[in-house]
Design a protein around this ligand. Sequence first.
Ligand code: HEC
Length: 145
Amino acid sequence: MPCGLLAYTEGHNPESNGVTDVIKRAILVGVALFAGASLAHADGDAAKGEAVAKVCMACHAFDKTNKVGPGLGGIVGRKPGTADAYNYSDAFKKYAATAAAWDDATLDAYLKDPKAVVPGTKMAFAGVKDDAQRADLIAFLKTKQ
Ligand code: HEC
């Protein structure tokens, strides 16, 4: 927290004058805000994501093989609904008709609550509710081409 950092430096800089104090404060607040922002958008950990992905394997392969669900090899950056020879539901085709290529944001929303993003999808999966687990999962998906 910025406040904690400020209290700490003030307590340990008895010799600093007013001007450098102001500058130091500005820098610290900037650093604290930056750290907070990058935490919020932290890239996931692909190794941890591999463990999360086990729940997908009942239905998906992480190459181009279709199972119950379409093959997920190369899913990040691919247009939704375009796995070769996979028979998507009508609901999914409707979604795919206007959707942009899968990216971090759209995968995040879909994997959190598939039926909210694609009402009527035949993907019978409640979603990964934990934000960090989804970030890890998406990092893992990026390693699969
Ligand atoms: C119970 C089986 C099942 C599980 C478990 C499951 N899926 Fe699916 N998934 C499907 C099906 C079926 C579809 C096709 C949806 C449709 O046509 O409506 C799909 C579609 C998708 C799509 C869209 C693919 C495309 O070509 O655009 C993504 C992405 C996806 N799943 C990711 C995942 C991930 C990641 C997990 C694990 C967290 C997961 N799914 C778990 C069955 C499942």
